[in-house]
Design a protein around this ligand. Sequence first.
Ligand code: A3P
Length: 295
Amino acid sequence: MELREIKDRGGEVFVVKSYDGINFPPNVPGNVKDHIDAVKNMKYKEGDVFFATFPKSGTHWGFDIMYMLQNGKAEYKTGNVSAVDFQDVSKLEAIKSPRILVSHFYPQHIPQTVIDKKCKVVYIYRNPKDTVVSMHTFVKRLNIESIKTYNGTWEDFVEFFITHDLHYNSWFQHIKSWMDFKKKNPDVPVLILSFEDMKQDLRKNVQIIAEFLGSKQDPEFFDEVANKCQFGAMSKAKSTNTEELSLSKDGSNPFYRKGDVGDWKNWFTVAQNEMFDKVLAEKMEGIDLEVKYTL
Ligand code: A3P
């Protein structure tokens, strides 16, 4: 593992832990390798769901929806989500089943049991323009060692995001790796959903997830889960989640901001949008995925 400092155009330093071709955030434990080796060897528990996202794509949103569905109760998860990337494997192994193992890892770093046991995999993606807006604010809100010092401007960050491998390398590489995983592992059930579709019709997507997970099929329960997982209700409930609040500089919950589709229009200049679209056109070639930028 190599601790690397990547500088944006303005000279602001972004710290990553480089291992096996991927730039991880500095809060992935230790030298990364030992943690990943332990993750790869994690034991399977009946009912495990592996939930993968690129950062800022609605990880916490998807987690609570699945948590409610798995438990058959429209009650929020308290404390931290069970994050494979950051938590000690002994802690993850201690979680009672059914577990939702949430991660931003690439497929080559996930538990081998996901493939061997044909574990259910959910992947949520979000359009990269809203993702970069969300990430810029998020990074600056965080009070995590080696992340909290980054103070780049929006102008520098938008260019940085598209030209450099930041945390978990690039949005494009991540999406492609998980699409490839689905193709290469036709026996593993993989559900791919978009943030935008969930935003457009949450109730419908709650039902899609419930059907995929094989959880309780009850229209009233789906209504309840969808209501509890609307942005307003969820961000209010999570504003007292002390574990998550402790991660931010200002005592707010850094995982909740606006929860909108299309907020990027308030941030991108015409020139930034043109630059982004040009790179998108190149990098999305051959990736068969609908990406919505507005609703
Ligand atoms: P914004 O910064 O655009 O508001 P992650 O959990 O992967 O870190 O993603 C965080 C993003 O998901 C934030 O986006 C956050 O506001 C949004 N989000 C969280 N809960 C949501 C919900 N219930 N509905 C819509 N968006 C939600």
